[in-house]
Design a protein around this ligand. Sequence first.
Ligand code: NAP
Ligand code: SF4
Length: 677
Amino acid sequence: MTDTAFKTLFSPLDLGPFSVPNRLIMGSMHTGLEESPKHFDRLAGFFRQRAKGGAALIITGGVSPTEAGRAMPGGAAMLTEADAETHRVIPQAVHAEGGRICLQLLHTGRYGFHPQIVSSTAAQAPISPFPPKALSGDEIKTEIEGFARAAQLAEKAGYDGIEIMGSEGYFINQFTSPALNDRDDEWGGSAENRQRLAIEIVRAIKVAVSEKFLLIFRLSLLDLVPGGTPWAEVEDLAHRLIDEGVHVLNSGIGWHESRVPTIASMVPPAAFREATARLRSTVNVPVAVTNRINMPEQAEQLLQDGTADLITMARPWLADADWGQKAEQAQSDSINTCIGCNQACLDHIFVGKPVTCLVNPYALQEDRLSRAAAQAPRKVAVIGGGVAGLSAAVELAERGHSVHLYEQSDRLGGQFLLAARVPGKEDYSHTLRYYEQRLGALGVTVHLGTTVTASQLSDEGIAEVVLATGVRPRVPELPGIDHPMVVRYDELLRGEATPADRIAVMGAGGIGFDVCEYLLHADAPVSGTDDFLDHWGIDASGDSAGGLTQSHPRHARRDITLCQRSDSKPGKSLGKTTGWIHRLQLRMGGVNHLTGIQYERIDDAGLWYRDPAGELHTLAVDQVVLCAGQLSETTLRDSLTDAGLTVHTIGGADKAAELDAKRAIRQGVEVAVALSA
Ligand code: NAP
Ligand code: SF4
């Protein structure tokens, strides 16, 4: 073992069938590549890198054990010997790095997106367009046989074990939880009957696989839906599963239909750890803790304070393939930290796009983005120290170019500096910490407070320029727009303007929502895990059935009205997996909405507007915050090209309409690849 600052995290653990050298599990994550064997080489490469980077045990994305359990038509399934054969490359790749890998068996039940879905009940899920068929007793037995066959095939394929997905509101959870199981046969009613499916699945699997095959069960500790599983039943099921031969218990928190956030950026690290700790105190097998753990210091603390024996992280391994290695070498500062945005991972899944990562465009794109050193290293100037410029500067320097980074203000970070001031987005500062560490390590020359000119660059012998000067807020043309009550969002977020008592937020895009959350927080901060749980009504101890209790939402002290001209749903442009949280958050905080309006003017009386029927109104406010989108900042471009410099424009300077950190960071990588060919 290396001498490491994180002694417990990097200590070995006996899981029963085998030992692991550290406590790091890469949790299950759908990548979009599981569906077709033609992608399995890529998937194998992706897992191999993570095994090399320190993940002791990897769990694949969910694979169905039966036809009915598929997530969608053609969704991943392990049904035949041929399926097992195609999977072989995946465990082989992980074993080549000395790692271990388990296949996750995920039967989606009523969460599936196809007409053949089945469940304990005929009640349709709010997140699926299809009603499920309530299975008969015989049909349930067929699904159980499917689990046993799939586990056997997984062992044949070379996997070290399986994780049985028993939480998140999927098939097994649809039987175990009283919130949904409305049956009156031997598969419903009493807790023992509701648990029968889970127990029979484990029993059948144990017969089908060898003793050295690891069995992990992802147990729903907190259903987080009304009428969810009481704690006594959670604990009872855990003991029964262990008696049947389950080796490891992983924590499942919340169903997909829960109306409380469980993994988005505003969830504090391991916010639900109390439930995991409670389970661990009553069982004699290793228990894993999950949800929003993204730094080694947190992981070590959770092990040392006895919350868990293992740390399951999923998205942080997308953000940094070498997370484990860096942690082991006590290089936390060099970890590219997952910021919980969901923008390039979960949001991509929902629109059928391949998964990658906002802060790490290489994730699952390794074959497209070459990391090869520059053929002919050059002297390159990067102008603008937002994330586009930071990404370009680091990536160019990684490839051997000599890089000068110029930033007009006295701090690096651009829009990310502002984002990190929004409550719930504090983790965005990790991205800036990561880039600053890389700039230093790679010897990039950083010029802060410098408005560079074309002649200065020419004097430095620089011919190649990456223009990443970002955006400036759009100031709409409106009578009274220069009234003293009007402030820009950036002035407010930087603390240069004090929030008034009655505020109109003009523009309901991503930044309008961020500004509302900032204002809500100014009145009623939600700080730390206890506040978060209280605000959303979560009982992480499990004392309240399903983990839900009375919520105490923080309400704004001031009047906030979010305004938009279009008549679409406010926040329509927000991410699929997080937009509902932001909308709910504003509703809980008492933010008003005005939609489909036309702005007329601003004067001492406030903001004048016409409603959709054309009637004139005054919104009596003391402050109007402009969140009306952005314009590209490209003032320098003409002088640079006129001076004969080659200019590559990226990020917001390239396209303000979709000011988008995912594109900005990716373009930084792409320009470095192009200049290194
Ligand atoms: P945005 O999402 O495009 O929203 C700008 C809003 O301003 C529009 O909703 C538009 O609404 C309004 N607007 C446009 N022109 C206007 C004008 N002349 N007068 C008055 N209102 C006008 O832009 P953003 O809020 O600046 O966000 C920029 C980007 O940052 C987004 O594309 C998003 O990708 C990203 N972002 C995302 C999040 C998140 O997902 N949570 C958070 C922050 C930023 P109407 O035309 O309906 O009035
Ligand atoms: Fe994390 Fe965002 Fe990357 Fe997803 S896209 S892994 S949430 S940083």
